[in-house]
Write a protein that binds this ligand. Structure first.
Ligand SMILES: C[S@@+](CC[C@H](N)C(=O)[O-])C[C@H]1O[C@@H](n2cnc3c(N)ncnc32)[C@H](O)[C@@H]1O
Length: 214
């Protein structure tokens, strides 16, 4: 058991180096603007997983500024496929498109502006994805999951970030602030369901990462 978890987490994050100035700037500006982008340790692990299965077509729910998406797009494009990413916020979607443009990724991938709950059903339901990254509003995770599982290829992976919601999912009820009670209850129910009914593993690092393999 690692007692000094925060230092260990920092150590793991520092193993992921970004040598591309544009990408580094996207990360920095997103953090300065308080956009909740993926942390480097979880990103590193996600890239590792997507690469391991040679993910060709990738779906991302929650683009934000396109930071995680740019890495996923590169993997998908390398394998002859594309990233489809969905963002509800117009301003973030615009920034993400500009970022993809700067990196030459805009033409090869699909960036959708809209509510994923409405946009996922509009996707070509016969097209399957090898890797799906769920990273939007946590209260809707179960819905995102149920909508996208049918779009996952055999052996495909669904990668879910922030499942433990700042660790609150593992706290006793009296330590969960009132305003977070509903979201924490929903996340717990979601985790229990995944654990019982799917090929699922919960990893308590970052903000809690869940993997489902079909
Ligand atoms: C945690 S951020 C995504 C971070 C991004 N994946 C990254 O790591 O670079 C979550 C994003 O999901 C978006 N979002 C929330 N609910 C959504 C929905 N129903 N449909 C699409 N996007 C949504 C938010 O606007 C926000 O930009």
């Amino acid at each position: 058991m690692i007692e000094n978890f925060l230092e260990s987490s920092k150590y793991a994050q520092e193993l992921f180096e970004i040598d591309d100035e544009i990408v580094e700037k996207i990360e920095r500006e997103s953090l300065e603007d308080k956009v909740p982008i993926i942390t480097r340790d979880v990103l590193n692990f996600m890239i590792y997983n997507a690469n391991n299965i040679n993910a060709k077509n990738i779906l991302e729910i929650g683009t934000a500024t396109g930071y995680s998406g740019l890495f996923l797009a590169r993997i998908a494009n390398k394998n002859g496929g594309k990233l489809t990413t969905i963002e509800i916020d117009e301003k973030r979607h615009k920034i993400a498109k500009e970022n993809f443009e700067k990196l030459g990724l805009l033409d090869k991938n699909e960036m959708i502006l809209g509510d994923a709950l409405e946009e996922i059903p509009k996707l070509d339901q016969s097209k399957k994805y090898d890797f799906i990254f769920i990273d939007a509003s946590k209260g809707q995770y179960l819905k995102f999951f149920e909508m996208s599982y049918g779009l996952l290829n055999e052996n495909g992976v669904i990668f879910i970030d922030n499942l433990m919601f700042r660790g609150l999912v593992a706290e006793s009820d009296e330590n969960v602030p009132k305003r977070f009670k509903t979201i924490v209850r929903r996340l717990r129910e979601f985790i229990q369901k995944l654990n019982k009914e799917y090929n699922f593993i919960l990893l308590p690092f970052g903000d809690g990462v869940g993997l489902v393999r079909k």
